[in-house]
Design a protein around this ligand. Structure first.
Ligand code: TYM
Length: 345
């Protein structure tokens, strides 16, 4: 019987963002905004730029250092503070890779082969994809558990990966007779913005890899670009804005725009529809553009400000790595000892 109830460690938050291309509104509402809310609520939290995940697919090694800094800049510009939260780069703390290897020997092949993100990214063509792409969610489990993190704020697309992390934690505890050693981390997904959809297709998530830039609002887009993209956002031919939540049924594009408005304004979907129900998109879209610009423009400006001083970002990340190392090092020592490695005591 797996005993996971006996985990008695502190509550701790961990989450990560890949340095692959531009961050968009989905990353902001699904992840960054939640990170800041948790920080402000006083959680012990680590936020990581996961560069080791970014190399599982072809990438530009010249661009990687600046892309890494850019995610750090977005974290800082969104309101994360290096005094309150630990902000660092995955590859600068060796515990991630070490624990990932150990977890490769704990996780079962069948578990990772089932991951839909792996299949979506070309998992059916085994000559073309790296072994790292298959092991990707195992590294993600290692990221979280190297700090014994208990809570993981993410967008809905990470739900299955978090389930795998829980299975790996439970199996480690059982296999090595260490009840409650690792917590089973809980995904914090609920809330507005957990699944922001493409502006061009309400059934597809907003994504960095969508070939159409009109499908997403990037954090670095200027006000005019944001307004233009929202104006061009797909709606439908089913008439004006519905007056209530039931009226969103079968209208995924409208539901998405209303959801974005609600997430940015801190209002429920019902409250947004109270205000705009019965009006045309000619009234709603400019209001949405205004609120998106008002929310994102200061973040964009701050991001540029941070990016203008890469040396300062590097100092912040180096200090974060030291803090992260101080948390993960004793946990990894215990892992080695539990597993019977030579010299681990
Ligand atoms: P990544 O870099 O693809 O995305 C970063 C975060 O943004 C969220 N997100 C969205 N949320 C709402 N709507 C969307 N359209 C949308 N698109 C992306 C993601 O859910 C994520 O929270 N595997 C992770 C990175 C990772 C990680 C971890 C996360 C590595 N190790 C440990 C948590 C804990 C990823 O690829 O995220």
């Amino acid at each position: 019987m797996i005993d996971t109830t006996s985990y008695r460690g502190p509550d701790r938050v961990f989450s990560g963002i890949q340095p692959t291309g531009n961050l968009h509104l989905g990353n902001y509402l699904g992840a960054l905004k939640k990170f800041v809310d948790l920080q402000e609520a006083g959680w012990d939290a680590l936020y990581c730029v996961v560069d080791l995940h970014a190399i599982t697919q072809p990438y530009d090694m010249q661009a990687l250092p600046d892309q890494t800094r850019q995610i750090a800049a977005a974290m800082l510009a969104s309101g994360l503070s290096p005094e309150k939260s630990t902000i660092f780069v995955q590859s600068s703390v060796p515990a991630h890779v070490e624990l990932a290897w150990i977890f490769n020997c704990v996780a079962r092949m069948g578990w990772v082969e089932k991951m839909t993100q792996f299949k979506d990214k070309g998992g059916d063509n085994s000559e073309r994809v790296s072994l790292g792409l298959l092991a990707y969610p195992v590294l993600q489990a290692a990221d979280i558990l190297a700090y014994k993190a208990t809570h993981v704020p993410v967008g809905e697309d990470q739900k299955q990966h978090l389930e795998l992390s829980r299975n790996i934690a439970a199996r480690f505890n059982q296999q090595f007779d260490a009840p409650g050693f690792f917590p089973e981390p809980e995904a914090l997904i609920k809330g507005p913005g957990a699944r922001v959809m493409s502006l061009k297709d309400g059934l597809k998530k907003m994504s960095k890899s969508d070939p159409s830039d009109l499908s997403r609002i990037n954090l670095i887009d200027d006000a005019d670009t944001i307004a233009r993209k929202i104006k061009k956002a797909k709606t439908d031919l089913l008439g004006d804005m519905p007056a209530d939540v039931a009226g969103l049924e079968g209208r995924p594009e409208v539901e998405n725009l209303v959801g974005i408005y609600g997430a940015l304004s801190g209002q429920s979907v019902a409250a947004v529809l109270d205000e705009f129900g019965g009006q045309g998109f000619g009234a709603f879209k400019p209001a949405l553009a205004d609120i998106a610009v008002a929310h994102l423009a200061p973040i964009t400006a701050d991001m540029r400000h941070y990016m203008a001083d890469p040396a300062e970002i590097d100092r912040t990340l180096a200090a974060g790595a030291e803090k992260a190392h101080a948390v993960s090092d004793p946990i990894l020592r215990e892992v080695r000892s539990i597993m019977g490695f030579w010299g681990a005591g």
